[in-house]
Design a protein around this ligand. Structure first.
Ligand code: HEC
Length: 148
């Protein structure tokens, strides 16, 4: 595993160096507050999501969806039936969040982060919200707007 990681970082480094990839596409470094601590992308249809400035219209739509489908289990500030959501966009990648909302059953079975959380939350599986990409994206935008 270590060897694999070393090989990966070397190849990413050389790709950047040779100009094949632009550095800003890679979330290198941790100085920016939008770079999540955890690099896990989750499992599902979203392989890459580049976020722009916060979109107010999406935030409003996401807030409505969140209040209808998430708030019963997720408080912003503290643990409820599920984990607190306020700073979730700082902890997890947008790809992970999208994939969880679009593909929760498989994530619960196979994603290491979700498997650990499931144990921590007494094997209470998070229900599939039945979102399409636009709805999932709107909820992620709302969560971004709540991060402090
Ligand atoms: C019936 C309760 C319930 C509902 C409704 C629910 N969740 Fe969850 N959620 C959980 C639980 C419990 C977990 C912890 C993992 C597990 O046990 O499945 C979780 C985990 C998560 C995580 C992962 C947190 C992390 O640290 O990686 C995110 C993100 C999340 N939920 C977002 C949402 C959003 C957004 C909605 C609304 C669309 C929602 N959840 C609806 C119960 C729920």
């Amino acid at each position: 595993m270590k060897k694999f990681l070393v090989v990966c970082s070397i190849s990413v480094f050389s790709l950047v160096n040779t100009g094949v990839l632009k550095a800003e596409e890679l979330s290198l470094g941790s100085s920016s507050p939008v770079v999540p601590q955890d690099k896990n992308l989750g499992i599902g249809p979203v392989k890459k999501l580049v976020l722009g400035p916060i979109d107010k219209k999406m935030v409003e739509e996401g807030k409505t969806l969140y209040n209808a489908q998430c708030i019963v289990c997720h408080d912003m500030d503290q643990r409820k039936i599920g984990p607190a959501m306020k700073n979730i966009t700082k902890q997890r990648t947008p790809e992970y969040l999208m994939n969880l909302l679009l593909n929760s059953a498989q994530m619960l079975k196979e994603d290491p982060t979700m498997k650990a959380l499931l144990k921590e939350y007494n094997n209470m599986p998070m229900p599939d919200p039945g979102f399409n990409q636009a709805k999932a994206r709107a909820v992620v935008e709302y969560l971004r707007s709540m991060a402090k």
